[in-house]
Design a protein around this ligand. Sequence first.
Ligand code: COA
Ligand code: AMP
Length: 635
Amino acid sequence: MASRYHDIYARWKADPEGFWAEAASALDWTKKWDKVFDAGQGVYGRWFVGGETNTCANAVDRHVAAGRGGQAAIIYDSPITGKKKTYTYAELKAEVETFAAVIADQGVAKGDRVIIYMPMVPEAAFAMLACARIGAIHSVVFGGFAARELATRIDDAKPKLIVSASCGLEPGRVVAYKPLLDEAIATASHKVEKCIVVQRDEQRCDLDAGRDVDYAEAMAATKAAGRKADPVPVAATDPLYILYTSGTTGQPKGVVRDNGGHMVALHWTMHAMYGVEPGEVFWAASDVGWVVGHSYIVYAPLLAGCTTILYEGKPVGTPDAGAFWRVIEEHKVVVLFTAPTAFRAIKQRDPEGELVGHYDLSKFRTLFLAGERADPDTIKWAEARLRVPVIDHWWQTETGWAIAGNPAGLGLLKVKYGSPAVAMPGYDIQVLDDAGHAVAPGTLGNVVVKLPLPPGSLPTLWNADSRFRSAYLDEFPGYYKTADAGLMDEDGYLFIMARTDDIINVAGHRLSTGGMEEVVAEHRDVAECAVIGIHDDMKGQIPCGFIVLKHGVARPTAEIEKEVVKLVRDRIGPVAAFKTVVTVNRLPKTRSGKILRGTMQKIADKEKWNMPATIDDPAILDEIGAMLKSRGIGV
Ligand code: COA
Ligand code: AMP
C-alpha cells in the first residue's frame, strides 16, 4: 500500500486547525470548543479553547455506552506474582467510578493534585482514571525513585492525597513502599493529610491511623453503599496530569498535560501511527510511571477502545527471555511498544531468538521502539526473528506522543536504519545551528519544533511558565527546543544523535547527570565531582561518577566510593543504576574552570577525541584515562 503520509502531512500543514478539529470530532465533548487554537492564550497558545470534556468518560464510559462493555479493557499480567486478571470496560467503569467516589470522600475535588506512587498493578490505572473522572490532577511517580525524589514532587505538586501500595516487586526483591512513602511525607514541607494504600498479599504494611486508608476496605464500603462518582466536565485546557521529568538540575520539571488536546492527539495516533483498530490488543511494555505508560498503557489504548496490557514483569528473567512472546501469544497482541534496551536484554540471553519459535505470534503485526535511539543491530535482530516491521519513533515526556515516526496506520514509508523517520502531522521539525539559522540537509544541529506545539504536547510546566520559557522557548525564538541534536536528510528523515544537555538515557529511563552530581557532592569527603554517561551494551548508557577527595581524607577510596554509590541509590533511587565511581586526583577543566565532561566521556567510550584547545592541564586527561583503564573502562 502506498503511504498516505505525505498527503496527510500536507493536509495538516495547510490547515492545522481543520485537521485537529476533525480529529477531535471522533470524541465526546460536553461543550464544543469556541476556538480550535487560540494563539493569545497560555505561553504559546492553547488548543480547543472553550471546549469542555472528560478524559475518563471518553476512555471508559463512551465505550460501555457504545456496546463495548463486555470487551476486555485491561489485562493485568504479572509473571512476577503469577497473577492475571482481565477487566472488561464495564468492570473498569465500576472500579473507576467507585474509586472516584472514594477519593472524593477524602476531600479531593476538581483541580486538586493526587500523587500516585505505585507498582504496575491495575489499581494504578484505576487511580489515574478516577482522578481524571472528577477533574483532579494526577502525578504518577515511578516506583524506582527514592523517598527524596518523591518528596521533591510532593513539594512541587502539593497533593491533597497520595495513592500508594504496600510494595512493589522486582525480581528477587520486594520493594517496601511504605517506608519510602513515610520518609517522603516526613521530609516534604507540604503536609499530606491522606494516603490510600493498596495492601498487596506479597507484603502487607502497617497503616497509620488517621492518615492511611485501606484501598480494598474503602472500595468495599463504597460499593456496598452503591456510591459512585460521575464524570465531571472540565475545560479542554484544564490539566489532566503532571508528570515530572529530569531537568538539568536536581529539581525535576513538572510537565503539564491538558485534557482536550491530549485525548485528541492520542486517539489520532492509535490508528494513524500504530495502525490499531478498536477491539484489538495493544501492549506497551513500560511502566505507568513513565510517559510511555501514561500515553500507551493507559490513555491512548483506552481512548481508542482497544485492550491494553498492564505487565508486571521484565523482558528477561520473568521467567526467561521468551516472556514477551508468551504475552503476545496468550493475549493476541497486535502491536508491542517497548524500549530498545528490552530487546538488547532479550538478545543477550537468547542471541539466536530461539524462544520466539516456541510461541504463536500470528496475530502480531508491528513492533514499535522508543525511549532511546534504536540501534540498527537491535532493529535488524528483531526484524529477522519476529518477521514484522520494526518501527523506531522519537518523542519526549514533554510531547506525550511521537514527534517523528514511521506511521504504520497511514502506510509504512521506507525504513532507514538509525532514523526514527519523518515528522508527524502537528510537528514542523527544523534543525538549526547555535545561532538559530537553518542548517543544510545532512548537517548536525539543534532539533527544534516550530511553535505552536500540537495538541497533547505540554502547554507549560506546573506553576512555572517562566521556567518553561527559559528551558524550552527562549534559546530559539519561535521554536520549541527539544534538547536533542540531530540531522535531517534530503528526504525529511530525521536522525537523533545526542542530547545537548546533561540528560542521559539509562535503559530507556531519562536521568540527569547534574542531579546525580548534586547528590555526590553532598558526601562529606567529596571536594569535587563529575558524572557522565558512558556506553553500556544493554542499557545504552550508564552513569559513571568521578570524585576528587577533600584534602587530608585518608580513608580507603574503595570505602568512600561504595558510600557514594549508596548515597545516589538512597537519594535518587535504584533506577539511576549508579554503580561506578572512580576516585581521581583532579578533574580536567578548561582555563575558565568548566569540567570537560564531553572529553571524559569520549575517553571512557573509546571514541576519537581531540585535546580541547582551552584545557588547563592536558596531563589530567592521561590520568583520567589511566584510572578508567584500571577499572576496565575505555580499554
Ligand atoms: N521499583 C523499584 N525498583 C525498580 C523499579 C521499580 N518500579 N524498576 C526498576 N527498579 C530497580 C531495578 O530492580 C534495578 O535495581 P538493582 O540495581 O537492585 O538491580 C534498578 O532499578 C535498575 O533497573 P533497570 O534499569 O530497569 O535495570 P534492570 O537491570 O533491572 O533491567 C531491563 C534492565 C532492560 C530489563 C529493564 O530496564 C527493562 O525492562 N526495560 C524495558 C524498557 C522500559 O521499561 N523502558 C521505559 C520507557 S519505555
Ligand atoms: P523521555 O522524556 O524519558 O521520553 O526521554 C526523551 C529523550 O529520549 C529524547 O529527548 C531523546 O533524547 C531520547 N529518545 C527517545 N526516543 C528516541 C528515539 N526513538 N531515538 C533517539 N532518541 C530518543
